[in-house]
Ligand binder design. Structure first.
Ligand code: AGP
Length: 372
């Protein structure tokens, strides 16, 4: 009913708007006054976490994209090797797991059969399983050694939005917690990022306040057949997520690429007026990556693409090459997906509406996939 949708036309719009609160709720009570992480729910003893020599993340769809981003954070802050695998592929290739492997299963519903079968397989091999889940008491957390709940609240729209942002927050918390427990050389950086995380609800809110031009752009692209998404570093999974949203909702051909792969093939797809969304990393910090992506934007624009550039506030280098420029707040590099994903959600939702599609119930899809 309209009341359930809180005055929005679709659950998806409501859930996009709820993201600042979902992010805040997922942080709530997990950081103490001194800036240390308090993850009492992670009932795996610190002694066991100190012995972990490999992290394996299993998930499907949007949750898999959260896992891809988690890999960057986990490896950077903990120096533990981390693999991310589609849950549906995982157990069929005889993966190497033992008591020192920490498996993280990410699932909004907690009922995704592929993810459940992957975690069962992992536990049979002696690995410890930590679930990141949005649904209290669902099967995946029940069958795991521990669970860190995302507090996004119920997600009704088939296309995942607020669950994704909170999965990212949970992944950052786990990565930082592992770093804290194991005492890496990134101690100071970890404390700074914990502090930066608490700024993220406000940053997401700011992005939401600037989405009208994105909606307008989306409507103008309704007759198009294809949209490409490019990103690098954590912007690469964001590009994959932007493409998945567009497939699910707008039923358009959409593909996400690592920008560095362009010249290895995908650049052949670039043609006159093709919309290409580029997620640009911060010019601070890893500025080498920034310069490389700016030259990617130049290259595709020289071939006639219509460039839709998502870049940090104050990043002036992209301005000459952006046909459309979407600004996101300044964040630490690893946290940028929390703000950069939001315009892509709005873009897909608006394009779907403009094409006359059913936003909350896209064709052929179910909210939770309980068969393998
Ligand atoms: C996201 O928009 C999708 N509908 C889908 O990819 C989803 O993320 C996937 O099926 C995993 O679901 P889960 O998080 O409930 O396990």
């Amino acid at each position: 009913s309209a009341a359930e949708k809180g005055g929005y036309d679709y659950f998806m719009l409501k859930e996009i708007a709820e993201q600042p609160k979902a992010v805040a709720d997922t942080l709530l009570g997990r950081i103490d006054g001194s800036g240390s992480l308090r993850l009492d729910e992670v009932r795996i003893p610190a002694s066991v976490l100190r012995e972990v020599d490999k992290v394996v993340i299993v998930a499907c769809g949007t949750a898999f994209h959260a896992g891809l981003i988690a890999k960057y954070a986990i490896e950077h802050w903990t120096r533990i090797p981390c693999e991310v695998e589609l849950a549906s592929e995982f157990r069929y290739r005889d993966p190497i797991l033992d008591q020192q492997t920490l498996v993280i299963a990410i699932s909004q519903s907690g009922e995704t059969m592929d993810t459940l079968m992957a975690l069962r397989h992992a536990r049979e091999q002696g690995a410890k399983v930590l679930a990141i889940c949005n649904t209290n008491g669902s099967t995946i957390p029940r069958e795991s050694d521990a669970v860190l709940y995302t507090h996004a609240g119920p997600e009704v729209a088939v296309a995942s939005t607020k669950a994704f942002l909170t999965q990212l927050v949970a992944c950052y918390l786990v990565a930082l917690y592992l770093g804290q427990v194991r005492g890496t050389k990134y101690g100071d950086e970890i404390r700074d990022v914990v502090c930066d995380l608490s700024e993220m609800p406000g940053a997401v809110e700011r992005v939401l306040g600037t989405m009208e031009p994105v909606r307008e752009l989306a409507r103008s692209l309704a007759p198009k057949g294809t949209v490409l998404f490019l990103g690098r570093h954590v912007g690469y999974p964001v590009a994959l997520e932007g493409a998945l949203k567009l497939k699910e909702l707008a039923y358009m051909h959409a593909e996400g690429f690592a920008a560095g792969e362009l010249k290895h093939g995908p650049i052949a797809l670039i043609e006159e007026d093709l919309p290409v969304v580029v997620v640009v990393p911060s010019p601070r910090g890893r500025s080498v990556l920034h310069d490389k992506i700016v030259s990617n934007i130049q290259e595709i624009r020289a071939r006639g693409a219509r460039t839709i550039v998502i870049a940090e506030e104050g990043d002036e280098a992209v301005v000459p090459y952006a046909d459309h420029l979407v600004r996101v707040p300044v964040t630490p590099t690893l946290l940028q997906p929390l703000v950069a994903t939001v315009p892509l959600q709005v873009f897909a939702c608006e394009l779907a509406t403009a094409r006359g599609n059913e936003v909350d119930q896209p064709r052929n899809l179910a909210k939770s996939v309980t068969v393998e």
